[in-house]
Design a protein around this ligand. Sequence first.
Ligand SMILES: Nc1ncnc2c1ncn2[C@@H]1O[C@H](COP(=O)(O)OP(=O)(O)OP(=O)(O)O)[C@@H](O)[C@H]1O
Length: 287
Amino acid sequence: MILARATDVSRRYGAVLALDHLDLDVHAGELVGLLGPNGAGKSTLVNLLTGVRRPSTGRVELCGGDPRDPATRRVLGVTPQETGLPSALRVGEVVDFVRAHFPDPLGKRELLARFGLEELERRQTGGLSGGQKRRVAVALAFAGRPRIVFLDEPTTGLDVAARHALWDGVRAFHADGGTVVLTSHYLEEVEALASRVVVIDGGRVLADDTVAAVRGLVAIRRVSVTAAVPMPDLPGVVGTEREGDRTHLLTPDADRLVRDLIARDVPFRDLEVRPTSLEEAFLTLTA
Ligand SMILES: Nc1ncnc2c1ncn2[C@@H]1O[C@H](COP(=O)(O)OP(=O)(O)OP(=O)(O)O)[C@@H](O)[C@H]1O
């Protein structure tokens, strides 16, 4: 069953074409990561699918209905990139306020526990740190037992422990059959949570596949060596990074590169060859 669908969707802001004839289907039970550089169109796509904005052309559907229809939106949970919380209210009061809008909300204790927020229940939201506010805002998306949740960069600005607490909450929802669409700049986050990755740039879908397949699509390897001399120009190198004496070379053919290093008599040590991270695959795809 398809819970969210964009069909041939374009969205224009004046001269800017934010989405360009984009198609996307999200099936029930999926956890989809939308990945792309700044300005790729990720937030615009989330805003259209959650009924915040309308497409210029094309069609969007949420659970078979119009995302702008209040009845359809009942099944929806959203954390936009920026959220405001009423500063004088305590966390527990905000949670109750949001829960009161839904016919069958998640229990307050359960919601707070899922996102590791029990200790903040009696704190006024105005006194929370930025990261604590963010965690509360993300947890609120789950208050109404939604069928589908959209999280726009949910863990931006969070430290590692807070990020992991939040991931646990998202995973628990997904394990119960919930559907999640998340945008993220943390590739680690997409790798940690999502099985399906949709790479977006210039308002179009560049790749839509499993994390492993998106990596395999470019099949770039990272060859790292330490050498006191400058690296010669070598064929097949698509990217180079240097950290002091250590050089990382990105190449689709690691075997050939290592043979070339030896043939050129480069005095290297500490050779390391590893598969590319999703980040490198992504940079190659969007280059
Ligand atoms: N309200 C708006 N008015 C004008 N232009 C906009 C508006 N919202 C988005 N855009 C433009 O549309 C393009 C896509 O923006 P969008 O926010 O969807 O990208 P994004 O992938 O979410 O980026 P980021 O990762 O930086 O949040 C950008 O060029 C942006 O400047």
